[in-house]
Unconditional design. Structure first.
Length: 81
């Protein structure tokens, strides 16, 4: 069994109001030195078999179809060791 991680983030040119709200809240909570925060999503996909190229191709298709809105989001796929 393999685990594949799909990280989804807003594209850099897209405003991230949730990330901005987090960045503004950090100093009030005593955290300093953080000028910006971007918020995203993480999906852990467990596969029945190995994370070979065919399986990764399917996970990328899942990301394109359901997990990410590719108009405003980028995604990365990686195998968790």
């Amino acid at each position: 069994m393999a685990r594949v991680i799909v990280d989804v983030m807003l594209k850099p040119e897209i405003l991230d109001p949730q990330g901005q709200a987090i960045a503004r809240a950090l100093p009030r909570l005593g955290f300093s030195g953080v000028p910006a925060v971007r918020q995203g999503k993480r999906f852990e996909v467990e596969l029945d078999g190995p994370a070979d190229e065919a399986a990764l191709k399917e996970v990328r298709k899942m990301a394109e179809t359901l997990l990410a809105n590719t108009v405003i989001e980028d995604y990365t796929v990686r195998v968790e060791e």
